[in-house]
Design a protein around this ligand. Sequence first.
Ligand code: PLP
Length: 336
Amino acid sequence: MLESGQLVQGPLVERFEQAVAALLGRRHGVAVSSGTSALQLALKTLQVGPGDDVLCPALSWPSPAHAVRLAGAKVGFVDVDQGEWNSTAEALREARSGSSKAAIVIDQFGNPARAQEIGEALGSLPIIEDAACALGSRFATGPCGSFGLVSCLSFHPRKVLTTGEGGMCLTDDDDVADKLRTMRNHGQLGGEFVVAAGNARMTEIAAALGLAQLQRLDEILGRRRELAALYAKALDGVLDVQSTPEGAESNYQTFGVILPQGFARKTVCEKLDQKGVEAGVLSFAIHKLGSFAGSDASLPIAEHVAMRGLALPLYPQMRNAEVDEVVHALLGVLDE
Ligand SMILES: Cc1ncc(COP(=O)(O)O)c(C=O)c1O
């Protein structure tokens, strides 16, 4: 790579794009600098702008909603399902209005959304699948990252495969792919600047990291699933955890539990920390964040999960005995 003299957007990026696209059964992969820039470019491609509204689950890291805002459009927040923590087809259909230009569908924490039902419910409305957390997860009908006009991945260090920072847009549409490639590279097409756009390119170094981990992806996913199964078994009937639609498979990018009423998450985290367990906030009710101050939306399930959700440690190098230790520490704290 160093000998090629090409450190950005070179042959390794191209190989990485082709490998991820092949894995997800997509025609095109367009590597970018983060999952957030993937979402921003996807919205730009769909020409989302002022006067438009984009449906978006209210429970998430704020990137998708911020991307909609940055495009000048309004976020149509949609509540999530009590068990799966993703927005359902029914909720998305109900939230749709005449100004809806697109819908963002999130596979939250790697848990596959009900893609087929959502696709049927939304008909011709363009869908952006935010599969930032879901590389390696599967809908009942195919891989996460294969749904919608454009799907977006993140390779941030919290994800199952990381390039440091990084992301990718995937699509089967040749025209959309061309636009994405133009817009990630200062609006250049064939040496001409045809549109005002920024720089969202991926480096060769990042792509090399991604390619190396792709070779181990099955191993990484297998271990994550084993650990999640151990947690699920130990916590069954004790605490609520995320459920996965029948026939689908999560990559368990994040394993969360809902704390019972009466327990302050901050105190639980402090007590766990004293026992050597690092646990933290699971996610956010985006409509309640300062960046959306003034939103009067009431989306009770997103608010409940955001308020009571706790992310537990889960990483491929974790030992089975460490899962037992975390569960023991957590149940101990809840028993005090
Ligand atoms: C659902 C979702 N979308 C988008 C992103 C943004 O990805 P990145 O951190 O690569 O910008 C994240 C990050 O955690 C996410 O969880």
